[in-house]
Design a protein around this ligand. Sequence first.
Ligand code: ATP
Length: 933
Amino acid sequence: MTFPTTSTQVSTSFPDITSPWHSFSAEESLDKFQSDPEQGLTQEQINQRQQYFGPNELKDTGGRSPLTILWEQFTNIMLVMLMAVAVISGILDLRQGTFPKDAVAISAIVILNGLLGYLQESKAEKALAALKNLSSPKVRVIRQGIVQEISAKELVPGDIMLLEAGVQLAADGRLLEAQNLQIRESALTGEAETVNKQADMILGEDASLGDRLNLVFQATEVVQGRGKVLVTKTAMETEIGHIAAMIQGVETEDTPLQQRMSQLGNVLVSSSLALVVLVVIVGVLRSGWQHFEALLEVSLSMAVAVVPEGLPAVVTVTLAIGTQRMVRRHALIRKLPAVETLGSVTTICSDKTGTLTQNKMVVQKVQTDSYCYDVTGEGYIPKGDIIAQDSDEYEISGSIKQLLTACILCNDALLQKKDDNWEILGDPTEGALLTLAGKGGLYREDFVLEMPRVAEIPFSSDRKRMSVIVKIGEVEDVNLHAYEMFTKGSPEIVLERCTALQEGEGYIPLNDAQRKRILAQNDQWAAQGLRVLGFAYNSMAEIPDEALEENAETGLIWLGLVGMLDAPRKEVKGAVLLCRQAGIRPIMITGDHQLTAKAIATDLGIAQANDTILTGRDLQQMTPAELEQIVGSVSVYARVSPEHKLRIVQALQNRGEFVAMTGDGVNDAPALKQADIGIAMGITGTDVSKEASDAILLDDNFATIVAATEEGRVVYDNIRRFIKYILGSNIGEVLVIAAAPLIGLGGVPLSPLQILWMNLVTDGLPALALAMEPAEPNVMQRPPYSPRESIFSRGLGLYMVRIGIIFAILTIILMIFAYDYVKTPGLTGDPERWKTMVFTTLCLAQMGHALAVRSDSQLTIELNPFSNPYVLAAVSFTTLLQFLLIYVPPLQVFFGTHPLSLNELLICLGFSALMFVWIELEKLVHRWFLSKK
Ligand code: ATP
């Protein structure tokens, strides 16, 4: 629908946008902005203003500043402890007159680690911000006479913006029109009550922000009604821009796992400090002060060994990789905790329309008083026939014409031809009705001028209907009425408000038999999976008072039923099956008719043919306890309102379920917030629902939730995998260091520097590679794990301790052997090189561990080595680095290593291979036990 563009005079002088627009009339404001309420701005004006005012963006002040991120790196408790170790070992070295190599190296590593952490975190922060931009809101505007959707960023002062329920405002503006416009301004004023906005008032300049009823503000939410706004302020000039700090920036909250990890860090640091104190005290008590420095050396090494320095970085990277993987599968994570908790979902509550179905509505059937019609044609192309069943008569007149008129007038969507395609702007249900009218030869253009809309009661999922009042001309005859109201909505609800039935050009009283017949037809179509809408109208002498609007929808004249098909999405059936295998229960919660819901739910496998369907009305009569009793067995809820969704989530949660819930409307926000994972729709979702959610489905598709759940499980599995890997080795190191003096070998086998090398490099790189591990084959064939379980549950804690001990036993045996072996007569080399053998064995054993830990159940030879090539690469690269450390002279000096002979190297290799063999044997034994059960 296009209008000729009027040549508005273009001027490059711009108004002072900071003027008190609430004290100006709508006309004055339009005049100042040289804008037109019907045409909007011209392209030339838009270009000039975009250049002058810049993009409509708030400078992000919510994220952490680079300096804060950097500072936080160095206040990390593990790094603080390392710095303390550096200082003490530096003092020790200086006293002995040696170069403080360890201190310098540790400081370098602390700085490097801090910088790496900084780079990683600022990158993660930027990536999150970029992801958030992906879901940046769209705004409906009139530009050059055309209604269009543009990105909020492109708004300029003078634009004409259209508002409807669910929109979050993207700029400040002066209202030009407002129909029952209720706005929640809590983001700005903190006031939870909605404000009733009015267009035709002029206020004093000193009116406070909360009293400016003729203005709307960025970041506030339209809860109800519609409006037309002249954009007056954009970007940092808006009220919210002035208090930009109030706007939350990128979500950077730690995930539960990250919190537990930092707690673990605290525990490890304090226990290592306790260890230092203990070793020193016991040592001093036993042998006096003369060995104090040697004792200090041992305890410093132990302190460094106990802390998994590389772990926090690996956790952050894994979560970041998780969000990337999910976005590739069309799920956008808004809050980081969702990445790891998605895998724990036990119940997915999903909307029907658009998520389980395609949301591409095509009207198939129409019924009026006298005829039932079949409708042909495809998609939104208004080409096809409306053919009366059992009759050759094909004429659009009488009740069918009035019904099609209602389809057009009681409608907020737009049907437009773009290039050769027909597209709709707005609700697909309403789009399908415009297409139907088009097939009957009726278009909106034929009505807008003759029958302008003067009032409306908008659609909401609670009311399940909408009405508009149009003016049908100046009426001189006092017996005729000047206004007509058209209502459409859920057939039962609309029919309840009817007292007459349209028959041809006139109407007759509606009797019970006719009501029954209409409802039976409704049920019959609904049982075929059709979405059915009822239509009615009424004439009125004057526009009802706003407060009486609800009463206006009574005494209506019934026009007929329209049944439209919204086919299920093809991929959903498979996704539902996958859910079941994964121990996740899919539940459908819809505002649609129970029979439509049932037909689609059984088709998709969500419900069985004789399952109970609970309706909103049933739910209304239940106490929370009764609902809790039944939620475990009901999989389809029909004709529910958004408030019921909240009750369903709570009841499920009370039964211990971990619930993911989808939502799109403004009223879904409480349920989305209450759910463990709130999921908004990327395409049809309102800004308000997106703001309240943890994740957004970029394609609105149920199958995407299941895919994201699978990714969540993979992330969690991988985190557990590398925690096992890293902490097991830490325990081993500590035991080896403690054992050396106990068995009477002189000196500490590992220097703090070597330990740091192991913890950060030889453990860190393979751990990062383990984070890339693909899904295990059974990842969606097992029940979900509780999100509240400890990270050490299901044997992980025991594994760490067991492997740590095995590590230690193998290395200690090697240490005792090597201590004597290096002194074998005839062998050359430094007698201290037994320490290098210990160091090398520990490193190489971790390489075998990395290969073996890839799977709990499958032997390494059963795994495809290239299914995670990163592990192979990390292991090869790290082994190479370790050899460099032993054989390149400057590195030898720096790391305090000594070259090993081939035999010695083979001995290390042999001992370290035993670690790998042990883990593989464990798997075999485990398998054997399982087969015996
Ligand atoms: P879901 O909750 O699964 O997305 P839904 O889209 O059918 O399902 P609602 O949008 O709450 O749920 O709609 C509930 C009922 O309201 C529909 O079954 C229909 O009868 C009626 N309805 C839907 N859209 C409109 C509309 N634009 N105007 C009037 N009535 C409508």
